[in-house]
Design a protein around this ligand. Structure first.
Ligand code: ADP
Ligand code: MG
Length: 359
């Protein structure tokens, strides 16, 4: 999401993608070849790894997929003042606003997420996200009155979608929507759909800590994904799993946080307190698609292991791994389906550079 976009000319500071890196294999002779492309969008580095019979098709397909991601950035960005999302927010408190099919779909998914997570995931946190950015800049928590005013604007019940007219109405003036917790996963899924239209059936689309995969590389069981340990995301992964026809997302505070008076505040916010989460943890979710894994990883981070895993268990085809730092060392929580996610070792595969945020 463009929420991570730095001011023009500055470097991208952090990305959760550092949590996860992946390993892919070189093609066997006679098989389709492996190609890799990267472009910066939504304040993140998007990478596409795909198998294609020749470079012309690989390039054409990835160009089309990146164009789709750029289009979605123009719709969902909260940094671009003229994005469709920001224009919608400008009309908060007014009449219903007709929106594009893409914006309607991602807003609809976001409201499903909010209801399912009991408001732990809530895209109306925009005013709180803005305060968090100020906090990071000033290294000072917002005064209670300022925080209380921002919290008054939060609440997903104030987003009203009309399926028939394809309109969105934001009930309170000053509301700000933020798709930072779902937009990259959504964009990955849409990019994958474009690759399929272009005839590419084996691909991996990566944006920071979000990945969507189609069929595995030729002759393989899945895309090998490494999950970095909690204490140091730069260390070699402690675990490798195989992903195919699905998605994986990791959320946490390892990269994006601000420290004030010895407390770390994550960029994942608890809508109840209005502040960033303070525990040190990472949540990895495997789901049928990237939109789902993205919001679920953020939501489970807010809900914590007990409530979060309950939601995961009741989500079709979803598995989760939670690593939580405690004073007695790291605690590991696994959802029931986590044991069914195929695991592997890194042994024979070629390590890719990590999915970092550098453009
Ligand atoms: P990342 O995009 O860095 O991988 P996440 O997917 O967890 O991380 O999304 C975090 C982003 O989601 C924040 O930067 C913010 O824009 C937004 N966000 C923060 N807290 C919430 C929340 N409780 N519900 C919905 N979105 C949130
Ligand atoms: Mg997310």
């Amino acid at each position: 999401m463009a929420r991570l976009s730095p001011a023009p000319g500055t470097r991208i500071p952090f990305l959760l993608g550092l949590f996860v890196f992946f390993v892919v294999n070189t093609a066997v002779a006679g098989e389709p070849q492996r190609f890799q492309f990267a472009q910066g969008h939504m304040g993140a580095l998007f990478r596409i790894v795909l198998y294609a019979p020749d470079e012309t098709l690989a390039k054409k397909a990835s160009d089309a997929a990146f164009a789709r991601i750029a289009q979605l950035d123009g719709i969902m960005s909260d940094y671009k003042p003229d994005s469709e999302l920001m224009l919608l927010c400008q009309r908060a408190g007014g009449d219903p606003v007709p929106v594009s099919a893409d914006l309607f779909e991602v807003l609809n998914q976001s409201l499903v997420a909010a209801r399912r997570s009991n408001g732990a995931f809530d895209i109306t946190v925009g005013p709180l996200v803005r305060l968090w950015r100020l906090t990071r800049h000033n290294r000072e928590l917002p005064p209670p009155t300022v925080l209380a005013r921002a919290k008054e604007l939060v609440g997903y019940d104030n987003v009203v979608l009309d399926e028939k007219d394809h309109t969105v109405r934001l009930l309170k003036p000053g509301m700000q929507l933020d798709l930072g917790g779902i937009g990259k996963g959504f964009a990955n899924d849409k990019a994958m759909a474009v690759l399929k239209e272009q005839g590419i059936t084996s691909a991996l689309v990566v944006a920071g800590g979000e990945m969507t995969a189609s069929a595995p590389p030729p002759g393989r069981e899945g895309w090998t994904i490494g999950i970095a340990p909690l204490d140091n995301p730069d260390k070699a992964p402690s675990l490798y799993l195989l992903l195919r026809d699905g998605a994986i997302s990791t959320s946490g505070d390892a990269e994006q946080f601000v420290e004030i008076n010895g407390t770390r505040y994550s960029h994942i916010l608890d809508p109840k307190t209005g502040l960033g989460l303070t525990g040190h943890s990472s949540v990895t979710v495997v789901a049928p698609n990237g939109t789902t894994s993205d919001w679920l990883a953020t939501a489970v981070s807010v809900m914590g292991p007990e409530q979060g895993l309950k939601m995961v268990e009741s989500s079709l085809g979803v598995a989760a791994l939670i690593l939580q730092a405690t004073k007695d060392g790291d605690k590991v929580y696994e959802s029931q389906r986590w044991k069914d996610v195929p695991k592997t070792g890194p042994k024979t595969e070629k390590a890719e550079p990590k999915a970092t945020g550098a453009h």
